[in-house]
Design a protein around this ligand. Sequence first.
Ligand SMILES: NC(=O)c1ccc[n+]([C@@H]2O[C@H](COP(=O)([O-])OP(=O)(O)OC[C@H]3O[C@@H](n4cnc5c(N)ncnc54)[C@H](O)[C@@H]3O)[C@@H](O)[C@H]2O)c1
Length: 308
Amino acid sequence: MLTLKEKNVLVTGGAGFIGSHIVDRLSGDCSVTALDDLSTGKAENLSGTENVEFVKGNLDDFDLVRKTVIDADIDVIFHIGANASVPNSVAQPRYDFNSNALGTFNVLTSCLDSGVAKVVYASTAAVYGEPVQTPIDESHPLHPISPYGASKLAGERYGFAFKETYGLDFAAIRIFNTYGTRQPRYVMYDFIQKLRANPHFLEVLGTGEQIRDYCYVSDMADAFALVAERGHGVYNAAGGNPVSIKALAELMVSIISPEAEIQYGGKTWAGDVNTLYADISRIRELGFKPKVGFEDGVRQMIAWFEGR
Ligand SMILES: NC(=O)c1ccc[n+]([C@@H]2O[C@H](COP(=O)([O-])OP(=O)(O)OC[C@H]3O[C@@H](n4cnc5c(N)ncnc54)[C@H](O)[C@@H]3O)[C@@H](O)[C@H]2O)c1
């Protein structure tokens, strides 16, 4: 078992939504370096955290990644930085490839001649594609249907190949939908924004029947710390409580604007999947216990939106 306390850790994508919460989670115990190109991340996400070294740069730049790892004498890498958007990957597949597949390859190769003891990789439920059975466990077939899913799976595969070939300790978390403070996009943010703009009406893309398994972001940060210390192989991480988009829309309306009418808009975006519901037994066995309930988490996100 590895102990994170007093280790030098690198969080790629550390100024982003999940990455900055991992930085928060670790900064009390570890010496943290955050590498981020600020393409979607924000420097202000790190402003409340002391003792964090920030490096602005792109994961597609191998020399920079390697220099960062060596200069900070990194022990553990939380590789979170990536293009995290399916629609972006559809519109710009080469950009997605460079950030995600090449970026991960650069992180992994930078470990080969340095003192890195472990890499924990942010993979995604998108590697499964449209599920053939639910709940989805880690042995579910891998069939990504978007460039994003493919580039993230490439990173995961390279990580495990580096483990086999070079003995690099590598573990991956297949993240299901994560939400919370500092998430300035995706469905929850869109709903809040739409209801603020027009408190009488909420348009929902799709039928509302889509199923998601939301995990609050501080629980996801706990999952990363846990897998860094004790994990081997690949883990799903999710809240363990599937909800429909319809139930989410109704909850948001009841909190923000109870009189609003909800209208469902039929077709969703390319690369969207209908049902994402995780079997999280494997990470639960490691000790993972999501702490933030769904309604509580949604209220925290709305409060953050109001306070920006
Ligand atoms: N949010 C989710 O529900 C979810 C679900 C599945 C997987 N993930 C994975 O979690 C990770 C974090 O996602 P997020 O939701 O926090 O998104 P995010 O966009 O907030 O975080 C990604 C961070 O990486 C940075 N980044 C992107 N490309 C980069 C590059 N080429 N070089 C350096 N920095 C770069 C961005 O500026 C950003 O700060 C991603 O790897 C994503 O694939 C997220």
